[in-house]
Write a protein that binds this ligand. Structure first.
Ligand SMILES: [Zn+2]
Length: 446
């Protein structure tokens, strides 16, 4: 009898415990008090603000002291600045390890390590531009973008389109599509579309005259077929003339700077009319020569911590620096950056949407995490204001990825992905490097 009572008691307790577990707990409220806020919309910083979070969302943003939410945990962040986590709309993930770029480097562990590195640097979302491999399309990509995996959220252009035998080459590009004629594109696009890529990437460049450029009838077919699937197309390009032809063909995103000539009014007007998005990747071009010039930041811990093992030794060696200085393209690469800076200013002034991108991770010398902060600095050097540059790296990049309903700016209802800085970058863009903590989904992750 006693035993039966015990069993009933045990049964009842278990039922109650299960019921409690099934009841969705209301997420805790958290009030971040007294912050300076840069919200990513381009608006000036606001001092003395309170940001109320509940779960992964921002509930309200109000002047300090105006609301006193009952039961909220409070963190006083007086003197600190909060800005949205950066979004890099042109990066490469997983293929780099140490000083090598190989297909065999592309493992789940390496991807997670790199996503965590981006996150440590305040980059909360990255778009891998066309060099992803099949591995991520069986759950990894979807879990990452949902915020269920560690590190930055991964968005993907899937497998990009290039030319038969053309760059980029090497084992890590063996999953690219390389149509020999326009007739092959439709079937290839059908298979890519099944992966639900965020954009389609293609390479339209002769790489300094070293290789054959993709023919217009092929990139026209890529754009046409992508648009049939509701997908947008981003192009690697170099030349103004190609940009002109690509924009005429319906290109959606220019994924590198136009770097051979200054852009003209006619193309600016057309890009504006068609809503073309521009991703300058200035660091990509600077990294082709800059280490030979011993830049002031070469010894910074902020830079060195972003490098893969062995890369600092490589780039600081006399052999490497001599090779760069004596390369036939050394002067051309420097000139390309100067033209890219001029074009960025013209494009920004014309009102064309500029989004942060770096091409980091596609070469050992393009350090993931550091590149994004250096890119912001170069964009300021081009003549943009720090607030414009921050907007490009947050709101605009979110628009480029079509995730601006969820994040990119810090506003009520948006996901709480942001960083806490020791210093305000509103007048000195390098202050984005004073990262104290990084938050994702309303949780401190660094
Ligand atoms: Zn790239």
């Amino acid at each position: 009898m006693k035993n039966r009572v015990f069993k009933l008691w045990l049964f009842g307790s278990l039922m109650l415990a299960t019921a409690v577990q099934l009841m969705p707990a209301k997420p805790d409220k958290l009030l971040l008090k007294n912050v300076t806020l840069i919200d990513g919309t381009g608006a000036p910083a606001k001092n003395n603000m309170d940001i109320l979070l509940q779960g992964d969302r921002i509930v309200s943003i109000t002047p300090t002291g105006r609301i006193k939410p009952a039961g909220a945990r409070v963190i006083d962040l007086q003197g600190k600045t909060i800005m949205p986590a950066l979004i890099c709309a042109h990066a490469h993930l997983g293929v780099l390890k140490g000083t090598s770029i190989e297909a065999s480097n592309y493992t789940r562990d390496n991807l997670i390590n790199q996503l965590k590195r981006y996150e440590r640097y305040g980059v909360g979302t990255v778009l891998c531009m066309g060099t992803d491999r099949s591995l991520i399309f069986h759950g990894f990509r979807d879990s990452s973008r949902a915020g269920l995996l560690a590190g930055a959220r991964l968005y993907s252009a899937g497998h990009g389109f290039s030319t038969p035998g053309g760059p980029p080459g090497g084992s890590w590009t063996d999953e690219l599509y390389r149509p020999a004629n326009a007739g092959q594109v439709a079937a290839e696009m059908d298979s890519l579309a099944l992966l639900r890529p965020d954009v389609v990437k293609m390479w339209v460049d002769d790489f300094g005259g070293h290789s054959a450029k993709m023919k217009p009838e092929i990139y026209q077919a890529i754009i046409r077929e992508a648009h049939k699937h509701g997908l947008r197309v981003a192009a690697h390009l170099f030349y103004l003339e190609d940009a002109r032809k690509l924009v005429d063909a319906g290109l959606d995103i220019i994924a590198h700077s136009i770097r051979d000539q200054e852009i003209d009014e006619a193309l600016l007007k057309k890009m504006n009319e068609k809503g073309v998005i521009y991703i300058p990747t200035l660091t990509r071009d600077e990294f082709t020569y800059v280490y030979a010039d011993n830049p002031s930041w070469m010894g910074d811990a902020f830079f060195k911590a972003a490098l893969e093992p062995g890369v600092f030794e490589m780039i600081s060696s006399k052999a490497y620096q001599d090779k760069i200085r004596n390369a036939p393209d050394y002067q051309k690469n420097k000139r390309a950056v100067q033209i890219a800076l001029i074009n960025l200013k013209k494009i920004s002034d014309a009102g064309i949407l500029v989004a942060l991108g770096t091409d980091s991770g596609a070469d050992p010398v393009r350090a993931q995490g550091f590149s994004e902060h250096r890119e912001l600095e170069l964009m300021v050097n081009a003549g943009l204001t720090p607030l414009q540059v921050i907007e490009a790296a947050t709101r605009n990049a979110a628009i480029a990825l079509k995730i601006n309903q969820q994040r990119g700016t810090l506003e009520p209802g948006k996901q709480a992905d942001f960083m806490v800085l020791a210093k305000n970058p509103e007048r000195e863009i390098k202050n984005t490097r004073t990262i104290e903590t990084v938050w994702k989904n309303g949780v401190e992750v660094r």
